[in-house]
Write a protein that binds this ligand. Structure first.
Ligand code: HEC
Length: 170
């Protein structure tokens, strides 16, 4: 009896360990199935773009970038697809990120620089910002989705998060 008790003890989870696992479970589940509900709730009723950017999640943005990846690469030197390569696009003058890509006049005539704010407007409805653009993408309706994708793009730059120096409001 004594020996069996001694042998079995190491396999019995302590109540503290079990409680830790049970407490961590909801967080683990929330982290795996993050649709942003928690973050959305934390922002109140009328969040600004800056508020969304404050809670943005680059990792989720990377997953959402799957919607862009049919037309865009994002790695350095990965080149163009149906759309221009997007490596290091934040902070660049509009319609210049790829030297080889044939941009439309609609996008070229827009002027300015791709700040996070500008990208937010572009990604919400490309054809609204630049009527006649060849980016045939309906847009991301959800502002948190846009903030996550923009934050992901900020990590795809020289030096990782170098684009943080770009002011988000102009
Ligand atoms: C169906 C293909 C397609 C999809 C999907 C798409 N794009 Fe584009 N994108 C384009 C094309 C084509 C252009 C060039 C538009 C022009 O010249 O008018 C472009 C241009 C851009 C530019 C401007 C680049 C520059 O050099 O100025 C950005 C930024 C951009 N897209 C981001 C995105 C992001 C982020 C997504 C996903 C949320 C996305 N696009 C989805 C095709 C696409």
């Amino acid at each position: 009896m004594l020996i069996i008790g001694w042998v079995r003890r190491p396999f019995r989870p302590s109540s503290l360990g079990l409680r830790t696992v049970l407490l961590a479970l909801p967080f683990l589940v929330a982290a795996c199935s993050d649709d942003g509900q928690e973050r959305r709730r934390s922002l109140g009723d009328t969040p600004s773009f800056g508020d969304f950017m404050r809670v943005a999640d680059a990792q989720r943005g990377g997953r959402l970038f799957g919607q862009c990846a049919a037309c865009h690469t994002v790695r350095m030197g990965a080149g163009d697809r149906d759309g221009p390569g997007l490596y290091n696009v934040i902070g660049k003058p509009v319609a210049t990120n790829s030297k080889r890509f044939g941009y439309t006049g609609a996008l070229r005539s827009l002027g300015g620089v791709w700040t996070p704010d500008r990208l937010d407007v572009w990604l919400a409805a490309p054809a609204k910002l630049a009527p006649g653009t060849s980016m045939s993408f309906r847009g991301l309706q959800d502002p948190l989705d846009r903030a996550d994708v923009i934050t992901y793009l900020q990590t795809q730059t020289d030096g990782g998060r170098g684009a943080e120096s770009v002011p988000s409001r102009q």
